[in-house]
Design a protein. Structure first.
Length: 239
């Protein structure tokens, strides 16, 4: 690991604490323009999900209706009734985005896959960067918002479900995440900057509780609009 990754892991609770954690339960609201463009306005207005820290698995409670569960794994997404009956499912869910354009409408299984892997990535970082096959290197610093942020470039293995293979993470002098750049392949790979702040400590781990995503032109300086995704967290618990 790089010196910067060590600093970042310590700032977010420390590697031993992340290794001990089994689940993260999050309540909040996920909004932004993306969902309406895809015909899924309000699908995550009341988001309530639990993720497995050690493996890519996430469950949304009350997904699209009271009592329904939206279950994400990399190879299968499904919606379950309160009695456990599978109401809808899709195997190889990433393949279902093939041929999509910027305004191709989604169904709720598309949204479940995107909202499943994205939240699993966001809420397991920076522990995510220590997974087998992930390569990291420190880039030159970046000046923004009157601060200088250190940057990590991560290259993810093909078998790890994420936005895209190459991503860049920006950290302040304390090692806390402030920005995360990626190009989501399932959206056609438009460059985006994902900002994070309002960090809070929960059971020894540290999480941003306010996030938003905006487009990034070739200059690397993000545009203020449109705000593609917002994530406002009201409650986090670690199991």
């Amino acid at each position: 690991m790089t010196d910067l990754l060590n600093l970042v892991l310590d700032a977010h609770g420390g590697l031993p604490q992340w290794r001990k954690a089994r689940t993260i339960h999050v309540k909040g609201s996920v909004g932004g323009r993306l969902w309406g463009w895809r015909g899924q306005e309000g699908i995550y207005t009341n988001a309530d999900f639990t993720l497995d820290v050690q493996e890519p698995h996430l469950v949304y409670d009350d997904f699209t209706a009271p009592g329904l569960r939206g279950v994400f794994t990399p190879d299968r997404v499904m919606i379950e009734a309160p009695d456990g009956k599978v109401l809808e499912e899709r195997t190889a869910p990433r393949e279902a985005f093939a041929g999509h354009g910027p305004e191709t409408p989604w169904d709720r299984l598309h949204s479940l896959y995107f909202g499943g892997y994205a939240m699993w990535n966001y809420f397991t970082a920076p522990y995510l960067l220590t997974r087998p096959g992930v390569q990291v290197e420190e880039l030159e610093p970046w000046d923004e918002a009157g601060e200088q942020w250190r940057r990590l470039r991560a290259v993810f293995p093909a078998d790890l479900v994420t936005h895209g293979r190459e991503q860049v993470f920006y950290y302040n002098t304390s090692g806390l995440l402030r920005r995360h750049d990626y190009a989501a392949e399932v959206l056609g790979a438009p460059p985006a900057a994902h900002y994070s702040d309002a960090h809070t400590a929960v059971s020894g781990l540290v999480f941003p509780t306010r996030r938003y995503v905006v487009p990034v032109p070739e200059s690397g300086r993000p545009l203020p609009e449109p705000v593609l995704v917002t994530i406002d967290v009201t409650e986090v618990t670690v199991g």
